[in-house]
Design a protein around this ligand. Structure first.
Ligand SMILES: NC(=O)c1ccc[n+]([C@@H]2O[C@H](COP(=O)([O-])OP(=O)(O)OC[C@H]3O[C@@H](n4cnc5c(N)ncnc54)[C@H](O)[C@@H]3O)[C@@H](O)[C@H]2O)c1
Length: 332
């Protein structure tokens, strides 16, 4: 199948492209190198695919550029592109609205014109709000402009489903970690601080908990959804085990063989308190099961940092799952 992945130079998008290539697909990557973090990091994310015979890349901005050439012959699209991260969204609402909402409308229009048969809109647990614990039916009340733009994009895509039968489904990712994690994300910042012997700043009491998703689980779930997600449906893609921020710091410090120094500051506006993904719906629809525990996944991420970011990619194997996901976090 010929599949377009937007946000291909980003954290998740680059892993997804590699996975699809390994499965034998033709992959078209698209990214506008938006100023979320340094271009050099995104270019490195793409480096392993540059010369792959089944990979083509288009540097395009979804907000402004003509998209039709990148969609030639494309059967399925995964829209990973977005301005991610909630802190900046308070001060740069226009950038977030442009990349997370208006860009989606342009992409969906282009996909309809091209007769794309499958479209996955990547969304986030941030659409739920302070507490994101449960299945897809819980209240959506985002507490950051980022979450608001991502929820608006979901509704926009679903409006196209209802009005035109557009063949789209929504995946709500729960915070993802692993090699190539964005430099603004907590575990990336913590690991770099620990390596440099700097104190870690924790916003809040450290008891906030997360259904973190290891990147290979997230990518596998996305590929499964390409085949099995129902048009017009929304699915949680989350990790199988919940840990607190304090536990995550302990695991990473342990993996690095250092003692963490933690400073606490007040929680930031828009921060989530607890996330716990019930992924039953994704399991029943397309067999999604998160397999990597936080302890295993964090160790792989630490290894990636220690390698200077050189060991991510095709040669970095996901760890073998040692533990089944806990029923309390994945639903029954
Ligand atoms: N990383 C997480 O923990 C997480 C959690 C929930 C949801 N998500 C969602 O997953 C997706 C991927 O996130 P990520 O962490 O890989 O982010 P990322 O910032 O690493 O990747 C996103 C990519 O999209 C590109 N992009 C943004 N706007 C664009 C535009 N207008 N035109 C072309 N390209 C554009 C950026 O240049 C970037 O390379 C996003 O939709 C995000 O909202 C991520």
């Amino acid at each position: 199948m010929r599949i377009l992945v937007t946000g291909a130079a980003g954290f998740v998008g680059s892993h997804l492209c590699e996975h699809l290539l390994a499965e034998g697909h033709e992959v078209v990557g698209l990214d506008g190198f938006i100023e979320s973090y340094p271009r050099a990091i995104k270019e490195r994310n793409l480096a392993g695919m540059g010369s792959h015979p089944r990979f083509t890349f288009h540097e395009l901005d979804l907000r402004t550029d003509r998209l039709e050439p990148s969609l030639e012959g494309v059967e399925a699209v995964v829209n990973e592109a977005a301005m991610a991260g909630l802190s900046r969204s308070w001060s740069e609402m226009e950038l977030y609205t442009g990349c997370n909402l208006l860009a989606v409308r342009r992409l969906v229009d282009a996909c309809r014109a091209q007769g794309v048969r499958r479209f996955l809109q990547i969304s986030t647990s941030s659409v739920y709000g302070v507490e994101a614990a449960g299945d897809e039916s819980i209240l959506t009340r985002p507490v950051s402009p980022y979450g608001v733009t991502k929820l608006a994009a979901e509704h926009l895509v679903l409006a196209y489903v209802d009005a035109f039968g557009f063949p789209a489904a929504i995946l709500r990712y729960f915070s993802i970690y692993g090699p190539r994690q964005r430099p603004d994300m907590a575990y990336h910042i913590f690991i770099e601080a620990l390596r440099a012997g700097r104190p870690i700043t924790v916003y809040g009491d450290g008891r906030q908990s997360r259904s973190n998703t290891f990147v290979t689980d997230c990518v596998r779930g996305t590929v499964q959804a390409l085949g099995g997600a129902e048009t017009g449906e929304v699915y949680n893609i989350g990790g199988g085990e919940v840990i607190t921020l304090a536990e995550a710091i302990e695991i990473t410090a342990d993996a690095l063989g250092v003692r963490p120094v933690v400073r606490h500051e007040p929680a930031r506006p828009g921060d989530q308190r607890h996330t716990r993904a019930d992924t039953t719906k994704a399991r029943l629809a397309f067999g999604y099961r998160p397999a990597v525990s936080p302890r295993e996944g964090l160790r792989v991420q630490v290894d990636w940092h220690l390698s200077g970011g050189t060991r991510a990619g095709a040669e970095l194997r996901p760890p073998t799952p040692s533990r089944r996901p806990s029923p309390s976090t994945t639903g029954s």
